[in-house]
Design a protein around this ligand. Structure first.
Ligand code: PGA
Length: 253
């Protein structure tokens, strides 16, 4: 059975006191008041991994993620973080291929395939982000872009390894813009993603893969998006920085 997941991507936001308060508020609410079955993942800046792990560690259903990882195991890569380092301070998951990494740091599908391999070899769950730009959508290339990101980045994996992945569909034009894909637009791509997974790995892997939607998810639109049959949760940026908003989004799941 695929899981319902609310993942918060803090990006390069929050000072240490703010990060502490936010992680504490979410953990407190989730562990004491939340009755549902959705899992929560917090993708936090690398300097806060230990700190947030100390807050959420031991609470069932709430997990810690890195936002990026280097593809090599270790070595002379100043400024980078290895999968083993991220895992060593309590992370269980890591984002890979966020559109901001693709856009500002030149990460392509071939590199992301290596990062996914490194994470899996280290026992971390990759959250593989894919999505088309506005230009690509307007040129009618959405499904082709999705197909190549998925096949070049992840379809080299054998079925049991692919089965560990979480996929996040994030149309670039909806990230941080306030413009959300309509539930129907998102569902169309999610269904396509699941059909590609089915074509590669068969119906059981496809049915068991969690596919999250990201791009201006807010309390006001979360329920309609999550009601779609192939949307298993959200990867939430801006609205994950405020505990009340993120809590409402978890509740919408
Ligand atoms: P947003 O970001 O919710 O602020 O649009 C989503 C993301 O980039 O993961």
């Amino acid at each position: 059975m695929r899981k319902k997941i609310a993942a918060g991507n803090w990006k390069m936001n929050l000072l240490v006191d703010e990060a502490t308060s936010l992680a504490s508020a979410i953990t407190e609410w989730y562990s004491k008041q939340y009755q549902g079955e959705a899992e929560v993942i917090l993708a936090v800046p690398a300097p806060y991994l230990s700190l947030v792990h100390a807050i959420i560690g031991g609470h069932k259903g709430i997990y810690l993620a890195g936002q990026n990882v280097h593809q090599e195991a270790s070595g002379a890569y100043t400024g980078e973080n290895s999968a083993a380092m991220i895992a060593g301070v309590g992370a269980t998951h890591c984002l890979v291929g966020h559109s901001e990494r693709r856009q500002y740091f030149g990460e392509d599908n071939a590199l992301l395939a290596k990062k996914i391999d490194r994470l899996l070899a280290t026992g971390l769950v990759p959250i593989y982000c894919i999505g088309e730009s506005l230009q690509q959508r307007e040129a009618g290339q959405t499904l082709e872009v999705i197909r190549s990101q998925l096949s070049e980045g992840a379809f080299h994996l054998p079925a049991d390894a692919f089965g560990q992945l979480i996929v996040a569909y994030e149309p670039v034009w909806a990230i941080g813009t306030g413009v959300t894909a309509t539930p129907e637009q998102a569902q169309e791509v999610h269904a396509y993603i699941r059909s590609l997974i089915e074509g590669q790995y068969g119906p059981s892997v496809a049915a068991n893969t969690s596919v999250l939607y990201g791009g201006s998810v807010k309390p006001a639109n979360a329920a309609a998006l999550f009601a779609q049959p192939d949307i298993d949760g959200g990867l939430v940026g801006g609205a994950s920085l405020k505990a009340p908003d993120f809590i409402q989004i978890i509740q919408a799941l």
